[in-house]
Design a protein around this ligand. Structure first.
Ligand code: ATP
Ligand code: LTN
Length: 350
């Protein structure tokens, strides 16, 4: 199977210390919500590094359905989205022989450890999370789960003794919180958890909306003209990129503050072709050719993914079986860590 251009070696390691010894087979953990498809930001910011990491590390990946419940869901849609996301992850290149892929709610230890994390994180820490502020602002109903969301995320990561967590830039703050909570727990109750590091890619860590390039590309915002979904029809992807907002002058230059739209296109093309955006900019003097080449690079990246998705979607039973195998493996990794945490904090043996 082809490996991605740029991957493990191109990571920026966001945090500095790690309490476990780094080995060639470091444990990697990450998660994605089954909330209506996967977009180009998810792919460039996180998922292609998931694929890369499964070759060199002990990689554990999770469809975080409990996190999806922080906003009201239609039950049938959530079930369908969970299976569809698993298909899509496999179509992108996750191989259940090489990594552990499972659904969060199939391993109840996540919810149990989340309570211990809620009792270790402070109210003030959770209140400072910008994702909570963004997602709660203007919402009629804000669940308590949306507020405690980062404690569940910390549980996800700590339950697997994960050393590195490949995520997009928007998750940096949640990873810092995870580290702080792990360090606090370890210092209160004795060494229990591995303190993880965020692994954020150099290119593609923050793909912006094509219509509002000062906002991150997001499936929840559903500004469909600004968001490229991996299963979008290829012609519509070309149109979205060609209609992307740029600016009134015509200089092609990487300048995120001054030229957010153009810089976003340069970042996307750079991430898709393994180059720095500044280097990409040198090849263009007009917006038209930049857009055409970006569209072509994205389409060529997504074409094989779409073809594999169509094949896999014909056999949902096989995907469900692979997820069960993944959940068995995940449970056997999670249980000793949960037992350790229960013991450290003073819960009696069961
Ligand atoms: P929503 O927009 O519904 O909140 P999301 O796409 O931000 O969803 P997830 O689906 O859980 O959230 O994200 C999975 C991974 O994709 C995370 O590692 C996240 O950091 C990364 N990611 C999300 N959006 C972007 C983006 N615009 N650019 C780069 N990475 C992103
Ligand atoms: N919070 C993340 C999704 C997520 C996650 C995780 C990522 C839940 N649990 C554990 C990495 C590790 C998001 O909103 N994208």
């Amino acid at each position: 199977m082809a490996k991605w251009v740029g991957g493990v070696e191109t990571y920026l390691v966001a945090s500095v210390t790690m309490s476990s010894t780094s080995t060639a087979q470091a444990r990697v953990f990450s998660g994605i919500k089954p909330t209506g498809g996967v977009h180009l930001g998810n792919l460039l910011g996180a998922l292609r590094n998931w694929v890369e990491d499964q070759y060199a590390h002990d990689a554990v990946y999770c469809v975080v359905d409990l996190h999806a419940l922080t906003v009201p869901q239609d039950p049938a849609e959530l079930r369908a989205a969970t299976i569809e996301l698993a298909h899509l992850l496999m179509a992108i290149g996750l191989d259940s022989e090489l990594c552990t892929l499972f659904v969060q709610s199939h391993v109840p230890a996540h919810a149990e450890l989340a309570w211990l994390m809620e009792c270790t994180a402070s109210f003030g820490e959770l209140r400072r999370m910008t994702q909570f502020k963004d997602k709660s602002e203007g919402s009629e109903f804000v669940s308590a789960g949306l507020f405690t969301y980062p404690a569940l995320m910390a549980a996800d990561i700590l339950l697997y003794d994960a050393e590195r967590v490949p995520v997009g830039d928007d998750q940096r703050q949640h990873l810092e919180l995870t580290r702080d909570v792990a360090i606090r727990f370890n210092s209160r109750y004795g060494d229990t958890f591995v303190v993880p590091e965020a692994a954020i890619p150099r290119a593609g860590a923050r793909v912006m909306d094509l219509q509002e390039p000062t906002n991150k590309m997001s499936k929840s915002d559903d500004t469909s003209a600004g968001c490229i979904m991996l299963l979008d029809d290829l012609d519509s992807i070309e149109k979205k990129i060609k209609r992307a907002v740029t600016d009134t002058d015509s200089e092609v230059r990487f300048d995120i503050a001054g030229k957010p739209g153009v810089s976003n296109l340069l970042s996307i093309l750079g991430a898709a072709t393994g180059r720095e955006p500044e280097e990409v900019a040198e090849g263009y003097s007009q917006y038209g050719p930049l857009k055409a080449d970006t569209a072509e690079a994205v389409i060529e990246m997504l074409r094989p993914i779409q073809a594999r998705f169509t094949e896999l979607a014909t056999d949902p039973g096989e995907t469900a079986r692979l997820l069960e195998v993944g959940a068995d493996k995940a449970r056997s990794m999670a249980h000793p860590v949960l037992a350790r945490a229960r013991q450290s904090i003073g819960l009696t043996a069961r």
